[in-house]
Design a protein around this ligand. Sequence first.
Ligand SMILES: O=c1ccn([C@@H]2O[C@H](COP(=O)(O)OP(=O)(O)O[C@H]3O[C@H](CO)[C@@H](O)[C@H](O)[C@H]3O)[C@@H](O)[C@H]2O)c(=O)[nH]1
Length: 452
Amino acid sequence: MSHDENIKTLIAVLAFPFGTHAAPLLSLVKRLSLTVPDARFIFFNTAKSNDAIFPQDSIKKSDSIRPYNVSDGTPENYLFSGNPIEPVEYFINSTPENFKRAMVEVAEETGRGFRCIMTDAFFGFAADIAQELQIPWVAFWTGGPRSVLAHIETDLIREKLGVLDDGNDEKTIDFLAGFSGIFASDLPGEIICGDITSPMAGMLHQMGLKLPQATVVVINSIEEIDSDMVNMLNSRFNKFLNIGPLVLTLADQTISDPQGCLQWLDEQAKESVAYISFGSTVMPPSHELKALAEALETSGFRFIWSIRGNPEEKLPQGFLERTKDKGKVVSWAPQLKILQHEATGAFITHCGWNSVLESIVGGVPMICRTFFGDQRLNMRTVENLWGIGKGIEEGEITKAGAIKALKLVLSSDEGKQMRQKLGSLKKLACDAVQPRGSSTANFETLTSIITH
Ligand SMILES: O=c1ccn([C@@H]2O[C@H](COP(=O)(O)OP(=O)(O)O[C@H]3O[C@H](CO)[C@@H](O)[C@H](O)[C@H]3O)[C@@H](O)[C@H]2O)c(=O)[nH]1
């Protein structure tokens, strides 16, 4: 990175490299790079995550967005133990020094100071960096509004409910407006139910305390779909901007579909296919995968199942061969396009926020099997507030529960009603990104914060 007179505005972007966090942040940065053409965004992220989200040729082409690798905090010769939280904890423990070091390197190399720091909202430490450098802090929350409010209110929730040993505690959160019908066990584990001394819990607690200091908190959501939450967050933050759904605002969406999912969908009847995916990090336990496979086989519903790794090892013996005329099993699917296809009628999901938004954009009702973090809060919003999906019976997949849920969504009046409600939400989402829409106006406000 060399001294460059054309670059007027240098912006530091700090990514959280796990789950689907860095990709939506990069989507936001790509969009901003079109409206702030004289800016250079330095995308600080681990090498592994940068390699995954920046296609090789794009790095050479783009002058305005530069990936810059930071340490992931793992010890030398580290061998992954199989425990997925371990690399996350190494990384958290290496912050903020890894980012600060890299920012100093870039400032020295370019001979310029940063004009703005834009981060995953997880990084509460950015408040101190922004203050030290006297620059704005733009915090990007990749989940929905209800989960960020729960983190902001962590101390109040702990004060009212205490810290619970049992993740299934059924205490309600009725002391917090907008949380009626929500139970303690629906909250992200780090707030009260899990190990609140873990590095992750510490980072999220710190985030809740620091986010009100951000110049602006940006969220990949739509004002009109949860206005009560938005009003509450408006009163907590200096500025709160809903700019989603980002997936509807990016022009260059290259579709990778090597296994021909979309062509296969073209041959299926309208709203007849169940799409199954549990996102980028979750893998349901093997007895649930088996139960779901048996439910699909017995019910005969058509399906596309995105499952990471080798499906032969994960699914019952002979399942792929026996169901090859009814469904497709792939290791990665063009999810957004599948959900937007008229043949897709149900989405079995873990309720990651990106999946929930994409389901709204596609108008597809959800069958929810949640696992951690914000997912249960997202499910409650899907089920109670919007009525566009249902949690799986007993909270985990059984053969009978899955068949019941598939029938409900794919072939009952309740499923039809869900689809109608989705129609209204989808319209709100599409309207928000039109030239006069709320997300478009909020995006313009964000641009002016960055440039002035
Ligand atoms: O075959 C696949 C599977 C997934 N996806 C995409 O992967 C993303 C998955 O995102 P999300 O639904 O948010 O799930 P996670 O990857 O699990 O996301 C993490 O990050 C989210 C945003 O903070 C949180 O809401 C989740 O709880 C957390 O697990 C979506 O954009 C999908 O379209 C594909 O394109 N093809």
